[in-house]
Design a protein around this ligand. Structure first.
Ligand code: DON
Length: 347
């Protein structure tokens, strides 16, 4: 009898320890998953919004009159995961000028048309270390535009998209591609386009200079106009997050499931974002945040976390390099809280 009690006690003890180990394993599994759970993302973007909404640093772009008039207090954060979950806080439905962020989608289209080698040979993949609209870079760094993320490279990239010498057809194709990236029909903000066309003399000089170096591959004025038009697309933070999430999801839009970029081409796109996505400040950005990103003077920044998510933040006031102050701070905070830095081994 005594032995029987001892035996069942022993069994109970073993079972209890087993349950404890299983429980500990489950807790640690849930904990590591928790770092990037839906609740965690919601919590972190809410915190980021709360923490940075009062910041007054920076100034709206004013070299394009339309941009100077946008409410500087607008602030929205959007994350779309690679499996299509949506996380939003703040002004995520307000439509603003996509501006230079458009350079990424046009690069993807040019790559689809001509492949990554043509991009590397005709434009380049190095940082200029100079402002986005630098003419000095074009004159001194080897007559190549250097990178599809600076204006010279972006105008040349637009010129690479097929067909040549047919403005209407090329635009139709570009517009359609941008719609697919956003997962909805987006429109050009006419007032912004007009404002950009009236003030794009510097970009015109770049286009003509590229022509003199045989570094533009369509009528330079077609390339210039369509580059200016793509910059004038109106998007909201959620659209940008879908675009970033498409790149995070190996080129497949996670909302529509449509494949827009060959998976093998995505790393090249992310590489040029990592060298020049925030212009002359890209090195510091990669140093502190460690994510490929692209900014626009409309106040948007989108960042890509490969395999995981697209992050987009919109807040108009910019630093002297033309990058949204609040968007940089918010993405840095989110990347830190969710341990997203690509160079970190703790995954
Ligand atoms: O080329 C330009 O001046 C503008 N339309 C776009 C520039 C831009 O967004 C630079 N980004 N931070």
């Amino acid at each position: 009898m005594k032995r029987k009690v001892q035996l069942s006690r022993g069994l109970f003890l073993k079972g209890f320890i087993g349950v404890l180990i299983l429980g500990a394993l489950l807790v640690s599994f849930t904990f590591s998953k928790d770092e990037i759970s839906a609740e965690n993302i919601d919590q972190v973007i809410k915190e980021a919004h709360e923490k940075f909404k009062g910041i007054k640093e920076g100034k709206n772009a004013d070299y394009i009159p339309y941009l100077a008039k946008v409410d500087p207090n607008l602030f929205g954060i959007a994350i779309i995961t690679a499996d299509g979950h949506v996380h939003l806080v703040g002004d995520t439905k307000y439509e603003f000028g996509i501006e230079s962020i458009s350079k990424v989608m046009t690069l993807a289209l040019a790559m689809q048309d001509r492949g990554p080698q043509v991009i590397k040979d005709s434009i380049g993949a190095n940082a200029t270390g100079l402002p986005f609209n630098s003419i000095t870079a074009l004159e001194t760094l080897g007559k190549e535009p250097q990178n599809p993320m600076v204006n010279a490279g972006a105008i040349a990239t637009t010129s690479i998209v097929l067909p040549k010498n047919n403005k209407a057809e090329k635009w139709k194709k570009m517009h359609n591609y941008f719609n697919k990236f956003a997962g909805r029909e987006i429109k050009v903000i006419d007032e912004l386009f007009k404002s950009e066309m009236e003030t794009n003399q510097r970009n015109k000089s770049i286009a003509i200079l590229l022509q003199s170096y045989n570094r533009i591959f369509d009528d330079p004025m077609i390339a210039l106009e369509l580059y200016t038009k793509q910059c004038s697309f109106g998007v909201n933070a959620m659209d940008l997050a879908v675009m970033a999430a498409t790149l995070a999801n190996s080129g497949v839009n996670p909302m529509t499931r449509e494949k827009l970029v060959e998976a093998k081409d995505v790393p090249e796109i992310l590489a040029v974002m990592s060298t020049a996505g925030l212009y002359e400040n890209t090195g510091e950005w990669m140093y502190t945040v460690g994510l490929p990103a692209k900014s626009g003077v409309g106040g948007g920044i989108m960042a890509v976390v490969p395999g995981k998510m697209g992050i987009a933040v919109f807040a108009p006031p910019l630093d002297p390099a033309g990058n949204s102050v609040k968007a940089q701070k918010a993405i840095e905070f989110i990347a830190d809280k969710l341990s997203l830095n690509l160079f970190s081994a703790k995954k």
